[in-house]
Design a protein. Structure first.
Length: 95
């Protein structure tokens, strides 16, 4: 688990001058990423119609078909781009 925003950005491999897109983001995580963005990097919400991002950070919902989602995102990024899915651990239900 990253301890600082810079640790998180480094862990995600976000580079200077990159276009990073967040889909259905957690606001607190998004604020951390924004705080430590490399020089010239841009963080936007939602897939742009006119550009291909270098990295996509996606928070899938329970109803998402993950296979279809990843196929769509794979074709949306630049070659050698990255898709990071943030999926919270399921809490154990006490019996």
């Amino acid at each position: 688990m990253p301890r600082t925003p810079a640790d998180l950005v480094r862990m995600l491999g976000l580079k200077p001058n990159a276009l990073i897109v967040a889909i259905n983001p957690n606001p607190s995580v998004l604020a951390w990423v924004q705080e430590a963005l490399p020089d010239g990097a841009v963080l936007a919400e939602g897939l742009p119609a006119d550009a291909r991002p270098n990295a996509i950070l996606v928070w899938p919902t329970e109803g998402d078909d993950l296979d279809a989602l990843f196929q769509r995102l794979r074709h949306a990024i630049v070659p050698n781009g990255a898709v990071w899915a943030v999926i919270p651990k399921q809490r154990r239900r006490s019996e």
